[in-house]
Design a protein around this ligand. Structure first.
Ligand code: FES
Ligand code: FE2
Length: 438
């Protein structure tokens, strides 16, 4: 009898422990808050390029937005309300209601499948057309538009019409283009409202499962984060430590890196991996990303080989990674080792000038125990934190200097040339923003 109850208790304890483990690690998240030194945010940081390059940005993870749910975000100098209609589609509109300026993303509700209803007086806007509508037939509401033409010159006891009618007719709210792909919702943001000139690539991740995600807040210019991937020389200075508790005389990391814009004529020749097993893996990803010729100018590719050095002497090839930078704010990094494969999706959301929210989302093999995928995120984040400390404290050099005898600096120069294509019209857009923004 006693033995039996021990068995039951033991089974129960194992069950509870597994349940707690499962809850903690099944989808493991790390959210780093902005550190206190963000006071540097207020200091001049050098003459930077504009803060909000044009491109596709991560809006949210698909799982974060349920049918009928409404949210708001401050992104790239815009205030945006977004929601998943009861038709399951995600819509994004300018946050402020054209009637009296209420924020649709705070307290707004989904109506008529694809519309959002304002929390102030109930006007409904269709996420597809932007039209203000009366009913589920989506018939447009007719309104009169007035403005204060002379409000700055009003005098006491002035007689006359303060408000002037401009027009009468339909009213529209600004809508944004949204795409949902492989578990992430993206939004197209362009300072001159141009249509997307590059498309998102569907990652090779069907055989991997979503396991973990981290969020960091960083005080730097957006360009400095993706640029880090193209900065070959910093890897051995900044990213040599494997773990805090392991001294570097015992274990060190070493990195070898190459980077190229996919449109360079010698791209395949320079970027094909010399080791056959890496080459085979790499080829299948290259085939996917390079298949669409129109995308090639917007694609920068990184190759990273990670080595473990034991006792400062024995060198082992531990991981090889292939990274695709698509546009200004998203990277897909495929990391392969002998026993596992991980896809890290990096996404940057510029919250305001010099404040970036950075996501790393981890997809990995189903067979890996949850604690290992949690550890992989942890290990990657540890390396990111080394960079974050530098980003938070550095300036953006006004005049950029390159050692042209040095291959690494040439690569950086090429990378910056490549990234500049995303700034078309961004400087003018930024000038037009509310001065309180900065
Ligand atoms: S402010 Fe939106 S309906 Fe009045
Ligand atoms: Fe780095």
């Amino acid at each position: 009898m006693t033995i039996l109850s021990y068995e039951i208790l033991l089974t129960l304890a194992v069950f509870i422990l597994y349940f707690l483990y499962y809850r903690k690690f099944k989808f493991f998240t790390i959210v780093e808050k902005l550190e206190q030194h963000n006071i540097r945010n207020k200091l001049p940081r050098g003459k930077c390029p504009p803060s909000y390059p044009n491109g596709w940005y991560r809006l949210c993870r698909s799982g974060e937005l349920k049918s009928g749910e409404v949210k708001e975000i401050k992104l790239c100098g815009r205030h945006i309300a977004y929601y998943r209609g009861t038709d399951k589609t995600v819509y994004a509109v300018a946050a402020y209601c054209p009637h009296m300026g209420a924020n649709l993303g705070i307290g707004g509700q989904v109506k008529f499948r694809s519309c959002i209803e304002c929390p102030f007086h109930g006007w409904a806007f269709d996420g597809k057309s932007g039209l203000c509508v009366n009913s589920d037939k989506l018939d447009p509401k007719v309104v009169s538009t007035y403005c204060y033409p002379d409000i700055e010159r009003v005098t006491k006891n002035q007689k006359g019409e303060y408000l002037q009618k401009i027009s009468e007719g339909e009213v529209k709210i600004k809508t944004y283009l949204v795409k949902e792909l492989k578990g992430i919702v993206y939004i197209w943001l362009h300072s001159q409202e141009s249509k997307p000139w590059y498309d998102l690539v569907s990652e090779q991740s069907d055989h991997l499962s979503l396991r973990a995600e981290s969020v960091n807040y960083v005080n730097c210019h957006i360009q400095e984060i993706p640029e880090n991937g193209a900065d070959m020389k910093h890897f051995d200075y900044v990213h040599y430590s494997a773990m805090d508790i392991i001294p570097s005389w015992l274990v060190q990391l070493r990195w070898e890196m190459r980077t190229k814009n996919a449109k360079d004529p010698d791209f395949l020749e320079k970027m094909t991996h010399p080791v056959e097993k890496c080459r085979t893996y790499q080829k299948s990803i290259f085939d996917q990303y390079l298949a669409n010729k129109e995308l090639i100018p917007y694609l920068n590719v990184l190759l990273l080989d990670g080595y473990v050095i034991l006792f400062n002497k024995y060198k082992f090839h531990a991981v090889w990674a292939t990274g695709f930078q698509m546009g200004p704010a998203t990277v897909a990094l495929y990391v392969k080792s002998a026993i596992f494969e991980v896809l890290f999706k990096q996404a940057i959301q510029p919250v305001e000038k010099f404040t970036q929210k950075v996501y790393h989302t981890v997809f990995t093999n189903n067979y890996l125990p949850y604690w290992i995928s949690a550890y992989l995120l942890h290990a990657e984040l540890r390396q990111v934190i080394f960079d974050v400390k530098l980003w938070n404290a550095k300036i953006f050099s006004e005049t950029l200097r390159y050692n042209m005898k040095n291959h690494a600096d040439q690569a950086l120069l090429n990378w910056r040339q490549w990234y500049s294509q995303f700034y078309e019209g961004s400087a003018e857009f930024e000038k037009g923003l509310d001065v309180l923004e900065w």
